[in-house]
Design a protein around this ligand. Structure first.
Ligand code: AQP
Length: 332
C-alpha cells in the first residue's frame, strides 16, 4: 500500500469547516487506500506562544475531533507529533540542507510574520516548513493530503528529498501533494476571496465545528453573496455563492449542477437556509462523538499510545538510515 501522512495543529481548539473539507475529509478517505499516518502537530503549535494547560487540552480535543470525523485507529495510525522524537531530530538535518533564501520564500511565513511583526515572529515559525519536511519524509509518504495553502510546503519537501537523495544516495520517497481541486480552498463566509482561517480578523466568516450549531447556522444564513439572484457556480463573478455551493455539494454529496437546478428561480435565501440546516444535521453527531471520545480519556490515551508506537517504529528506521548516509558514527 502507498503511504499517506498529514498533520493538523491543535491550537484553535475547534477545527473549522475549511480544515474539515480541505484536509480531514481526505484523511478519512485515504485510510481506505493508503497506509495512513495522521498526527496532531503540537511541535508546530509552539511556533506561536501557547498556554501550557490549554495546549494540553487542545491536543486531546484535536485527537477526539479526528476520531469523531471518521479516523479509525484500526485502519490508520493516529498520534501526537511530540511523542515521536525523530521529528525534531530529522528536522535538524533538514534545516542544514535548506538555503536561507529558500526558506524565506515560503509565503505562509511571509504572511504570518508580517502580521506578527519581525520581532515577535520566532525562528521556529521561520523553520516550521522544514520541520514539516521531516514530518513527511520520516514516513516515506507518497501522498500528503492538505489544503491548497500547504502546496508550497509539499513542493519544498519534494526539493529537499531530491537534494538529500542525490547528495547521499536514495533514502527518501519523494511525496506528492494530495489536494482536492473542489475543496482545496474553502473561503471565509464574509470575505469570499480570503481563505477561511482561524486567524481571520473577524469570526463572522469562520465556521467552527464545535460552536453551537445555531451560531454557525446564523453565520451561514448571513454569508456575503452578491447583488444578483441567480444561483450559479462562477468563482470569478460569484465567489460567495460558489463557496456555498461547494460546501453544500461536499457535505451532502449532491452535484453542483443539480443544486443550481434545484435553486433556479428561488434566490439565495432558500439556498442559505437549506445549507444551514444540512450543516446542523451533519455537525450535531460530529459534536456528540467528539464529546464521547473526550469523556473516555482511557480509550483516547490508548489509541494515541498505540499510534505513537507504530509511528516510532517507522520513523526510527528512516532516521537511522538518514543518519548512516550522512556519516554519523553509530552509537554502540
Ligand atoms: N480554508 C481552508 N480550505 C481548505 N483547507 C484548509 N486548511 C486550512 N484552512 C483551509 C487545511 O487544513 C489543514 C490543517 O491546517 P493547520 O493545522 O495548518 O491549520 P492552519 O492552516 O493553521 O489553519 P488556518 O485556519 O489556515 O490557520 P492560520 O490562519 O493560522 O493559517 C491543512 O492541510 C490546511 O491546508
Amino acid at each position: 500500500r502507498p503511504r499517506a501522512l498529514s498533520g493538523i495543529q491543535p491550537t484553535a481548539g475547534s477545527f473549522h469547516l475549511g480544515n474539515y473539507l480541505g484536509a480531514i475529509r481526505q484523511y478519512v478517505a485515504l485510510q481506505e487506500t493508503h497506509d495512513a499516518f495522521y498526527m496532531v502537530v503540537d511541535l508546530h503549535a509552539i511556533t506561536v506562544p501557547q498556554d501550557p494547560a490549554e495546549l494540553r487540552s487542545n491536543t486531546r480535543l484535536a485527537a477526539a475531533q479526528l476520531l469523531a470525523a471518521g479516523l479509525d485507529p484500526d485502519r490508520c495510525t493516529l498520534f501526537i507529533q511530540s511523542h515521536v522524537p525523530e521529528h525534531a531530530q530529522l528536522g535538524w538535518v533538514m534545516n542544514c540542507l535548506t538555503g536561507f533564501g529558500e526558506a524565506g520564500r515560503m509565503t505562509q511565513f511571509k504572511d504570518k510574520s508580517a502580521k506578527q511583526g519581525a520581532d515577535r515572529a520566532t525562528v521556529g515559525l521561520f523553520t516550521y516548513p522544514i520541520l514539516q519536511v521531516a514530518d513527511i519524509l520520516l514516513y516515506q509518504a507518497n501522498a500528503v493530503p492538505v489544503g491548497e495553502d500547504q502546496r508550497q510546503h509539499v513542493e519544498l519537501t519534494r526539493d529537499l528529498a531530491g537534494r538529500f537523495n542525490s547528495r547521499y544516495g536514495d533514502t527518501f520517497t519523494v511525496p506528492a501533494p494530495h489536494i482536492v481541486k473542489e475543496t482545496g480552498k474553502i473561503y471565509d463566509l464574509q470575505d469570499p476571496t480570503a481563505k477561511m482561517s482561524k486567524s481571520a480578523s473577524s469570526p463572522k466568516g469562520l465556521i467552527n465545528l464545535l460552536d453551537e450549531p445555531k451560531v454557525s447556522a446564523k453565520k451561514i444564513r448571513s454569508a456575503v453573496t452578491d447583488t444578483d439572484t441567480v444561483v450559479r457556480f462562477d468563482e470569478k463573478e460569484k465567489p460567495g455563492i460558489s463557496n456555498l455551493l461547494t460546501i453544500y455539494s461536499t457535505l451532502t454529496g449532491t452535484g453542483i449542477p443539480e443544486l443550481e437546478q434545484r435553486y433556479a428561480g428561488k434566490g439565495y435565501g432558500a439556498l442559505k437556509t437549506d445549507l444551514a440546516e444540512c450543516f446542523v444535521e451533519w455537525v450535531t453527531p460530529f459534536r456528540e462523538r467528539t464529546q464521547e471520545y473526550l469523556g473516555d480519556p482511557e480509550t483516547l490515551d490508548a489509541v494515541l499510545a498505540k499510534g505513537a508506537e507504530k509511528a516510532r517504529a517507522v520513523a526510527a528506521e528512516t532516521l537511522a538510515s538518514a543518519y548512516d548516509r550522512i556519516g554519523f558514527l553509530p552509537a554502540k
